[in-house]
Design a protein around this ligand. Structure first.
Ligand code: WQD
Length: 344
C-alpha cells in the first residue's frame, strides 16, 4: 500500500518539483494550495511528467474548517510536506500582518490536525534566512540564529520554534526542518519550473526574463560589497536536488530511521557563487550576453551566505550534485518553453 503524503503549496515552485519526485518514488501525493501565488495548470505539467494526476483541492491552510474537511475526506495521510507560505522578503516588509497570519496560522492549523488524523511526520520548508547575516561561511545548523532581517524571515524562525515547542510538549509527531539556500532551475523536461507572478523578485527568473526580452535589463543590486567581485554571494541549489532532499526526509520519518523527534538540515551545495559570477555562467551556457546594470543595494540583502551541507550529506545521505551550468540551462529551457506556449 503506497504511503500517502500531503504537499501543501504543491502547485508552487519547490512544491511542484517535490510532488514529481515523491510520485516517482511511489508515494500517493495529495496537493492543497490556495493558488494565491501559483497556477492550477501546474497540475497538468506534473501529470505530463509522471503520468499520475495528484489529488488537488483548492484549500487555504489558514482556514481550519476547510483543512479539517480535507483530512476527513482523505483519511490515512501518513506525512505532510508544508510549503504553503508567503515568501517574498520585500513584500513581507510592506505587508507584515499578511505574512504573520498566513505563515503562522497555516502551520498552527496543521500541527493541531496531525494528531487528530494520526499523521506521523512533518517536513517543514524553512530557509537560510533564519540565520540573518552570518559571522562566517560556510554556515552550519549550529550557527547562531540572529534577529530576522524581515517579517518573512521572522515567520520562519517563529515556525521553527512552534514546531520545537509542540514536539517538546509531547506531541506524537516527528519533524524534519529543511533550511533552503537559494533554489534555482527547473525540471529537465521544462514541463514545470519557477513561474513568478508579475515582476520576479528572485535573481534567476529575472535573468531569464531579461535574456528572452521580457525585461529590458537586470538590475544588479550593488557591487560594493566586501566580496571578491563586489556583488553578493549565495549558495544556488538546483531545485531537483532540493526536491530529492524532501523525499529522503519523508522516508527517514516514515521508516523510523531517526531516534530524534525533530532534526534540522541545511540544504545547499556548500559553494558560494556571486551574482556577477552567476551572470557569466548563464551567458556562457546560453551564448546570450545579458543586459544588466549595477544599481544601489537592495534593502535587507545579506552580503554573503553559503551552506555547510555536511550534516545533510552524512545523516541524510543526500548531496546536491547538479552543476550550476546544468541548472542554469534548465532555467533557460523552461523560459523558452513558456515563450513557445505563449505564456510569457
Ligand atoms: C539573490 C541575490 C540580490 C534580484 C530570497 C529569500 C530566501 C529564498 C530565496 C524563499 C541577492 C541579487 C536579485 C535582482 C539582483 N526565498 N538580485 N537583482 O534574497 O538571496 O533569498 O529568495 O525561500 O528565503 O530570502 O534571493 O534571488 O532575491 O537574490 O541583483 O533582480 O541576487 O541582491 O544578492 P535571496 P534573490
Amino acid at each position: 500500500m503506497a504511503k500517502k503524503v500531503l504537499v501543501t503549496g504543491g502547485t508552487g515552485y519547490i512544491g511542484s518539483h517535490t510532488v514529481v519526485v515523491l510520485q516517482e518514488a511511489g508515494y500517493e501525493v495529495l496537493i492543497i494550495d490556495n493558488l494565491s501565488n501559483s497556477n492550477i495548470d501546474v497540475i497538468e505539467g506534473i501529470t505530463r511528467i509522471t503520468h499520475t494526476r495528484p489529488v488537488f483541492e483548492k484549500v487555504d491552510c489558514t482556514d481550519m474548517d476547510g483543512m479539517r474537511a480535507f483530512f476527513e475526506k482523505y483519511p490515512g495521510i501518513d506525512g505532510i510536506i508544508h510549503f504553503a507560505a508567503s515568501k517574498a522578503v520585500g513584500e513581507s516588509v510592506r505587508k507584515p500582518l499578511l505574512y504573520y497570519r498566513n505563515n503562522i496560522v497555516s502551520l498552527l492549523n496543521l500541527l493541531e490536525l496531525m494528531p487528530e488524523f494520526k499523521v506521523k511526520g512533518l517536513v517543514f520548508s524553512s530557509s537560510c534566512t533564519v540565520y540573518g547575516e552570518p559571522d562566517k561561511n560556510p554556515i552550519d545548523e549550529d550557527a547562531p540564529i540572529k534577529p530576522a532581517t524581515s517579517p518573512y524571515g521572522n515567520t520562519k524562525q517563529i515556525n521553527e520554534e512552534i514546531i520545537r515547542d509542540y514536539i517538546h510538549s509531547g506531541a506524537l509527531i516527528k519533524s524534519i526542518i529543511l533550511r533552503y539556500f537559494n533554489p534555482i532551475g527547473a525540471h529537465p523536461s521544462a514541463e514545470i519550473g519557477e513561474l513568478p507572478i508579475g515582476e520576479p523578485q528572485n535573481l534567476v527568473p529575472y535573468i531569464t526574463q531579461t535574456a528572452i526580452g521580457i525585461r529590458p535589463y537586470l538590475k544588479v543590486f550593488g557591487n560594493d560589497y566586501n566580496t571578491p567581485d563586489g556583488s553578493c554571494i549565495r549558495d544556488f541549489i538546483d531545485v531537483m536536488d532540493l526536491s530529492r532532499a524532501h523525499l529522503v526526509a519523508m522516508d527517514r520519518i516514515l521508516e523510523g530511521k531517526s531516534d530524534e523527534n525533530m532534526e534540522i538540515f541545511n540544504l545547499g551545495t556548500g559553494r558560494g557563487v556571486s551574482v556577477l559570477e552567476l551572470i557569466r555562467v548563464f551567458e556562457k551556457v546560453t551564448g546570450k550576453p545579458l543586459n544588466y546594470k549595477i544599481v544601489g543595494r537592495r534593502e535587507g540583502d545579506i552580503e554573503q551566505i553559503w551552506a555547510n551541507p555536511e550534516k545533510a550529506n552524512k545523516v541524510l545521505g543526500w548531496k546536491a550534485e547538479t552543476p550550476l551550468e546544468e541548472t542554469l540551462a534548465s532555467a533557460w529551457k523552461w523560459q523558452l518553453k513558456l515563450r513557445e506556449r505563449g505564456i510569457m
